[in-house]
Write a protein that binds this ligand. Structure first.
Ligand SMILES: Cc1ncc(COP(=O)(O)O)c(C=O)c1O
Length: 358
């Protein structure tokens, strides 16, 4: 097994002459092994690991300068929105939010200052699908970079670099780690100059993961394919069951043939995953709280992508950092419930939801 190189520094041969490793913020052999694995599973040439998903996003935005513009999805993870609006806007970077599922809105938002297009597909939590290849073409014509947050799909189901993206970002905390025991982020790219710029930011800003965490994500990656297969099987079963339940209103899951974006999802994904959101017909906060507090197998918690199922209330948990007005405008209701379907027995999970919703 790849050893956990639990060291902050490396003995050097002579002043200025090292054996490939000088200081662990810049290089670590466990991290190097992980970064090579990340590149391979995303069909990329280079991988870089960060101390969290938001640290990876932070590194991408640090490629920019004041006056640059970013076109970003109006529906995405709340922490990404918070980083953009609360941290980077004050440094003079402009973020323009559009419904990226409608690629004409992306095209219309392009200006001579557009330097980055930021996509998330499927989105957290509404499972909106954006056509990566179509936006990659717009980005190329605009002379911009395209970064895709591929956390929800995982590299097993979708490879944005193959569809023309310049950078793939992951919260490795989720499916890559897979066991809800590590916080980590990743960037994967093909261009050597871009890798150098991002590596420079990684070592200069210092948001690097520790070797133990790199070991855990390396181990997670070994079972990614098996876990994802089960997440997809369970996700499909539970999504259909929810849809047929008389107390359930909308169910958001990209595998439904009548779901907007299904045709694009089918084109760019190899499966539809285990992330599902839904609303109850009894659209009150009390009823939502009752359901969220009643599950036994689904644990009430933030995060996703682990082997154990989680239930989450985006409005008060993962997406609380988005102002309510904006959330509602983007379709994220107070009553939306999000499930991260794990790899347990699907019938046990359905029985749990049945007793909670009933
Ligand atoms: C889609 C998505 N992107 C990015 C992040 C941020 O990752 P991390 O929590 O590892 O910083 C999350 C976390 O929930 C996420 O769901």
């Amino acid at each position: 097994m790849t050893p956990i190189f639990q060291t902050s520094t490396y003995v050097q041969q002579a002043p200025g002459i090292n054996k490939g490793f000088e200081y662990a913020r810049s290089q670590n052999p466990t991290r190097k092994a992980l970064e090579e694995a990340l590149a391979i599973i995303e069909n990329g040439r280079y991988g870089l690991a960060f101390s969290s998903g938001v640290a990876a996003t932070d590194a991408v935005i640090k490629l920019l300068a004041p006056g640059d513009e970013v076109i970003a999805a109006s529906d995405m993870y709340g922490g990404t929105y918070r980083l953009f609006t609360k941290v980077f806007e004050k440094f003079g970077i402009r973020f323009i939010y559009v419904d990226t599922t409608d690629t004409s809105q992306v095209r219309q938002a392009v200006t001579s200052r557009t330097k980055l297009i930021w996509l998330e597909t499927p989105t957290n939590p509404l499972m909106n699908i954006t056509d990566i290849a179509a936006v990659a073409e717009i980005s190329r014509e605009a002379g911009s970079l395209l970064c895709v947050d591929n956390t929800f799909a995982s590299p097993y189901l979708q490879n944005p670099l193959d569809l023309g993206a310049d950078i793939v970002m992951h919260s490795a905390t989720k499916y890559l780690g897979g066991h809800s025991d590590v916080i980590q982020g990743a960037l994967i790219m093909n261009d050597a100059a871009l890798r150098e710029q991002l590596y420079f930011i990684q070592k200069s800003c210092g948001a690097v993961p520790g070797p133990m965490d790199c070991f855990l994500v390396l181990r997670g990656i070994k079972t990614l394919h098996l876990r994802m297969q089960q997440h997809c099987i369970n996700g499909e079963k539970i999504a259909h069951w929810l849809r047929s339940h008389p107390a359930v209103a909308n169910v958001y899951w990209p595998g439904f043939e009548d779901q907007p974006g299904h045709a694009i999802a089918k084109k760019q994904m190899r499966g539809f995953g285990g992330m599902i959101s839904f609303e109850l017909k009894k659209d009150t906060i009390e009823e939502v709280h009752r359901v969220l507090s009643s599950t036994r197998l689904f644990s009430l918690a933030e995060s996703l992508g682990g082997v154990e199922s989680l239930i989450n209330h985006p409005a008060s948990m993962t997406h609380a950092s988005i102002p309510r007005e904006e959330r509602i405008r983007n379709g994220l209701k107070d009553s939306l419930i999000r499930l991260s379907v794990g790899i347990e027995d699907a019938d046990d999970l359905i029985a749990d939801l049945q007793q909670a919703i009933a």
